[in-house]
Design a protein. Sequence first.
Length: 271
Amino acid sequence: MGRVEGKVAFITGAARGQGRSHAVRLAQEGADIIAIDICEAVPGVGYPAATEEDLAETVRQVEALDRRIIATKADVRDRAGLKAAIDTGVAELGHLDIVLGNAGICILGPWDEITPEVYQTTIDINLTGNWNLIQLTAPHLIAAGGGSIVLTSSAAGLKGLPFLTPYVTSKHGVVGLMRAFASELAEYNIRVNTVHPTGVDTPMGADPSMGEKFGEWFAAHPKLGGMMVNMLPVEVTQPVDISNAVLFLASDEARYITSLAMAVDAGNTQY
């Protein structure tokens, strides 16, 4: 029997990267999936956007595991569209037990070059999007008698990192969001936790242009370079490394774990 057998998980940003990995990993352990992704470009983001074809590939991989999946093109900033995707998926699959807030963007820039538009877009997606998600899914978790919410933060949600002001701000905010909701939802047997990856080998994390920009900025500000170093001898982790942590927090193995910021960061935040 799988570790989340018979459960239904709602996952944002599921078209590729960590989101797809979470969908597949939970499906391997018996969960059915409700998946959404914006599947279009966000202004200012330098790496290629996920596509509807990417989301269809997530569907294919989950269905290959003989699990059910409902996938919808939706934006976490659009409360009406998000609510429709949640309610439709729950109506078809019967209940909701796990919520994974994975959708997010990262736009680089020195502190004095970040525009108000970039800052606001990052906050809207990375932070307010998760607020929308929890508010709209919590009633379904309450109806199911409880559940698990796991939000993707970052090593940048536990320490400051350079040239990432909007991202760092949003990911620290995700921790506050998690702890506030963990306190209020505990009486309903709903657990809320965050995971904090270091760099992950995804289209965002492995974007060559990011490496080039960081190289240029760290050359100009050499004292900052060490902040990006992992303690363990690995430059980037794999999406499944984060998915395994998410699976644990979503499963009954973590039934008494809530309000936890779990670092899956190869020791990055210890430097």
